[in-house]
Design a protein around this ligand. Structure first.
Ligand code: ADP
Ligand code: MG
Length: 252
């Protein structure tokens, strides 16, 4: 069974804004898929359709056997726990410690507002520390998040996404705000954790070389249309760059 399946999915925001056009997609469990495309091509929309933040205008999105569009609230809540998210802008709370930021990833399974690290159950703190250790930041656990470098902040965000032990990790341009060295570190970390935890990863990127290096499969989007869907090993640099060429738009 596919981990993620999209059938004829269209997402229309207005008469002339169609962010996904009749997309069909089957994602095998345990694979690493990269989305490539210009700004506005529909990468974030596709990720939001998969985690249920957007409902398709038409078509169906099925994640781990649950159809997102028709799922009941309890099913959706369960699904959210199976799908971790990482964003370009990290979205950490700067005034909180790194460990407390990671703890917030477990909130889906808890109730009520939380005040301070020790308001989290010990088991959550334990799990959070384990994930923080995996991303190499256990020593910084009591440090304020806003004192970390961008690369370190994104590693904290990865740990936060993992604390709920998801089966799927969606990463929306996770390295777009980082320098090349930190970008490589973060991508390498995501790939390593994905292997260890047998995660299904969908990651949007701008850099063709990162896509070819880390992806098993590359999906190219252009104005909401899937214009490329290939094994990364079969995609040359020039092929991938065509996603960005204006000329190709008129050819495609
Ligand atoms: P990308 O992530 O590749 O930059 P997006 O998925 O963010 O692309 O956007 C695809 C298109 O959908 C763009 O034209 C964008 O302006 C539009 N769009 C995205 N989200 C919304 C929204 N919530 N409301 C209206 N239009 C949106
Ligand atoms: Mg985006």
């Amino acid at each position: 069974m596919s981990a993620i399946s999209l059938e004829n999915v269209t997402k229309r925001f207005s008469a002339d804004t169609v962010a996904a056009r009749d997309i069909n997609l089957e994602i095998d469990p345990g694979t690493f898929t990269v989305l490539l495309g210009l700004s506005g091509s529909g990468k974030s929309t596709l990720l939001r359709l998969i985690n249920g933040l957007h409902k398709p205008t038409s078509g169906s999105v099925t994640v781990l056997g649950t159809e997102v569009g028709t799922a009941r609230k309890t099913q959706l809540r369960h699904l959210r726990r199976e799908v971790g998210m990482v964003f370009q802008q990290f979205h950490l709370v700067g005034s909180m410690s790194t460990l407390e930021n990671v703890c917030t990833g477990a909130l889906g399974s808890l109730r009520g507002p939380r005040m301070g690290l020790f308001s989290y159950p010990k088991a959550v703190r334990q799990r959070a520390l384990e994930q923080l250790d995996r991303v190499g930041l256990a020593d910084q656990r009591f440090q304020r998040a806003d004192t970390l470098s961008g690369g370190q902040q994104q590693r904290v965000a990865v740990a936060r996404a993992l604390v709920q032990q998801p089966k799927i990790l969606l990463a929306d341009e996770p390295v777009a705000s980082l320098d090349p060295e930190s970008s490589n570190q973060v991508m390498s970390l995501i790939a390593q954790i994905a292997r260890e935890d047998d995660l299904t990863v969908i990651c949007s990127l701008h850099q063709v070389e990162l896509a070819r290096h880390w992806g098993d499969r590359i999906i190219g989007l252009r104005q909401g249309v899937k214009v490329m869907d290939e094994l990364a090993a079969d995609v040359s640099s020039d092929d991938a760059m065509r996603i960005y060429s204006a000329q190709w738009a008129s050819e495609a």
